[in-house]
Design a binder for this molecule. Structure first.
Ligand code: CUA
Length: 354
């Protein structure tokens, strides 16, 4: 079962839809409009996971305070501009200059200090709340490794390795289910950001960062790398697919299986294992053990190719192998210079990796 895509999952929080135009504007300003397939924009104003809700609440307070300051300053500015505008018959002399008012100076020193103090406390409390969340007895542990430009996803307890699409169980009030992510990097700094699930956390070489998510609604959440990491940073997209627990168990069981060798794709399989594809890609149960590129054991179970740069269709897959640069300029996968016939065979073989 393919969970439906969460475009505007506002149903849990009716009345928040009015925030959409603001969210769109903010998203565009922040350069996050690429957070998914064309036309889909993730929304920080519609959190669907505990850490994202905490961030949202403190962001609302900051926005509210700033809005009040803006209205006061803007209002006074507007009032003075109109009230004291130049009029016919003015003597063009300077008005009397007044200096020194302890009350006013105290007011505009103390009030901002208080505001900053409140914001610091709220931010510190939110950060601590999110960071100090202990693992619950049956939390799911996943290791996410950032690569130029894709996400390696490993479930050490389940023996599953996949890429770019993180499957997790959904959490509900009766039985909370948290997913802890151990974040690492294979090369440069990246940042894992799925706006509806949590704030950003960087993936830094030679360091382990930890974050957690708790999706409360079944569906697909879109995210992207949020730290400039090279040419294809913008097409380093990530999807989190939240399932009902039984669907997640089914998905995990399917991923744990090793593929069966289908005789009809023998030529494609032989070709694949004769090329240097296997130096970078792994297929469980075979000699292909490379880790530089995504694990292909269950390639066909994924919706997208090239970290969300293309839909996973046979045509796109073939095009990707023919010349990765046409789909993702700068991609580190080389053009293997395969002939049309070879491409057909290998595409047919890869289609059997379900
Ligand atoms: Cu990875 Cu930006």
């Amino acid at each position: 079962m393919t969970p439906r895509l969460l475009k505007r999952p506002g149903s849990l929080w009716p009345g928040r839809k009015s925030a959409l135009p603001l969210a769109l504007a903010t998203g565009m300003l922040a350069g996050t409009v690429y957070a998914g397939a064309p036309g889909q924009i993730t929304n920080i104003f519609e959190p669907l996971s505990t850490p994202a809700e905490s961030v949202y609440q403190s962001a609302l307070l900051t926005l509210a305070i700033c809005a009040v300051i803006f209205l006061i300053v803007g209002g006074l500015l507007l009032y003075t501009t109109i009230r004291f505008r130049r009029r016919a018959g003015d003597d063009s002399l300077e008005p009397p200059q007044i200096y020194g008012s302890n009350q006013i100076e105290l007011a505009w020193t103390v009030i901002p200090i208080l505001i900053v103090f409140v914001l610091v406390l709220v931010t510190a409390r939110t950060t601590a709340d999110v960071q100090n969340q202990p693992a619950l007895p049956d939390s799911l542990n996943v290791t996410v490794v950032g690569h130029q430009w894709w996400w390696e996803i490993r479930y050490p307890e389940l023996g599953i390795v996949t890429a770019n699409e993180l499957h997790v169980p959904v959490s509900n009030a009766a039985k909370r289910k948290l997913t802890f992510l151990r974040l690492e990097s294979a090369d440069v700094a990246h940042s894992f950001w799925v706006p509806q699930l949590a704030g950003k956390t960087d993936l830094i070489p030679n360091r382990v960062n930890v974050m957690w998510i708790e999706p409360k609604q079944v569906g697909t959440y879109l995210g992207n790398c949020a730290e400039y990491c090279g040419t294809q940073h913008a097409r380093m997209l990530v999807r989190v697919i939240a399932h009902e627990p039984e669907d997640f168990a089914r998905w995990a069981a399917a991923q744990q299986e090793t593929g069966v060798e289908e005789p009809r794709v023998k030529d494609g399989r032989q070709l694949f294992f004769a090329t240097s594809c296997i130096n970078c890609h792994a297929i469980r149960g075979t000699v292909a053990k490379g880790r530089f590129g995504p694990d292909l054991t269950h390639l066909m179970s994924r919706d997208t190719l090239a970290s969300g740069a293309a839909r996973n269709t046979p045509e796109k897959l073939r095009g990707w192998m023919r010349n990765p640069q046409t789909i993702k300029d700068g991609a580190l996968m080389p053009d293997m210079k395969l002939s049309d016939e070879e491409l057909d065979h290998i595409t047919a073989y890869l289609q059997t990796l379900k």
